[in-house]
Write a protein that binds this ligand. Structure first.
Ligand code: HEC
Length: 138
């Protein structure tokens, strides 16, 4: 094999490697990075997620995630009941993390579900919020 051929192979490997290795693509139509990317959930992230949930999410999703927050009545569609085991089984962790980070519009759902761009560089908190949503499963 000539040196030139070797160089071409090396360049191809560099170009193709990241594409093959990239399993967490951003939602189509946005340049946003992946959600938590499997970040480790620390105790701090868990505490912060609990606080964020009660401050930002309960107005719509309700304190126990039943979809019955004070603002929910005026929403259409209304937020679903996170206790629903059938729904819990039907969605991936990635879906939950993406909608939390990028909002409903980014995943083909209602744009009234807001994005949380301040969490873009807080993957452990995004993962902890997903865990919080999962904890409502019954
Ligand atoms: C302004 C009201 C509002 C706030 C605040 C809000 N959501 Fe939502 N959320 C919605 C609505 C409405 C939907 C349903 C969207 C749909 O079904 O099209 C939704 C959907 C979701 C879903 C996906 C459910 C599904 O059907 O796939 C998750 C998970 C979620 N929200 C989590 C959160 C978390 C966590 C927070 C706080 C960080 C939050 N939401 C804040 C209104 C809200």
């Amino acid at each position: 094999m000539t040196i030139a051929t070797r160089n071409i192979i090396a360049v191809l490997a560099l170009a193709v490697g990241p594409i093959l290795g990239c399993k967490d693509r951003a939602p189509s139509g946005t340049a946003a990075p992946a959600a938590s990317g499997g970040a480790t959930i620390t105790a701090e992230a868990r505490a912060e997620a609990t606080q964020i949930f009660s401050l930002r999410c309960t107005p719509c999703h309700g304190p126990t995630g039943a979809g019955d927050g004070p603002a929910s009545a005026s929403l259409s569609p209304r937020p679903r009941n996170f206790h629903d085991a059938t729904w819990q089984s039907s969605v991936t962790d990635e879906h939950i993390e993406r909608i939390i980070q990028y909002g409903g519009a980014a995943v083909g759902k209602s744009p009234t579900m807001p994005a949380n761009p301040d969490l873009n560089d807080r993957p452990a908190v995004v993962a902890a919020l997903r865990e919080h949503v999962r904890s409502f499963r019954q």
